[in-house]
Design a protein around this ligand. Sequence first.
Ligand code: URA
Ligand code: SF4
Length: 249
Amino acid sequence: MAPAPRGASATSATGTRAGTTAGTAAEWIPPRPTLPKVRAAAAGCRACHLWTLGTQTVFGEGPRRAAVMVVGEQPGDQEDQAGRPFVGPSGRLLDRALDAAGIDRDTVYVTNTVKHFKWERGGRGGRRIHKTPNAAEVTACRPWLEVEIALVRPRLIVCLGATAAQALLGKQFRVTADRGKAIRGSPFADVVVATVHPSSVLRVPDAAGREQAERAFVADLKRAARHARSESSRSESVRSRATERPSRP
Ligand code: URA
Ligand code: SF4
């Protein structure tokens, strides 16, 4: 049984917690959060109905002070089963693209906008088909992403696809128009860059088109890495040279 969230309404006799559907994950965030505490709390999150669909909460993973954070949409079928982000086909493409862009995945914190897999049965064989999370689900889950960002404090955030981009850059953001561009002045990181979701690359039907889409994806990641490097050398020169990262307030 999950611990009761702070400030949540009482659990009814049937075990369903009335009144939390319209809430957000904010009330599940533990006091004085650390990544391990937050991860443990997220495992019991019931802030939206998606916990009933997914096998488990798929929380982000990576170094506590990663300079780069990659934000996807939501776990897919394999991530849902493994409990780890980006371990399926999209993850393999992401690994390859990060490598081609000269970014070591082991130095990257990888997470998702929504932490449970949303799906419906469909297609031949009744596979679990991914469904895009709606605005209410993104809003409900967003506090987990915000606390991850606050604790990791990445210099660069790479949003993969429209769900992540719109969650962090606003509803009006269009990945097609502004992919690969450095967005500065965000409250979340020195530089935020949005690009396409790797699953969109995998969905391109012909091999040549797929290769081209992958090259464009890698080019965006390269550009993002370059923006982050130039940003860090710029801010490094005004920061104390003694500390690699500024200390937390
Ligand atoms: N797609 C995502 O957005 N995230 C994952 O973790 C896997 C696939
Ligand atoms: Fe909580 Fe997010 Fe899962 Fe909804 S999707 S139950 S907000 S962790």
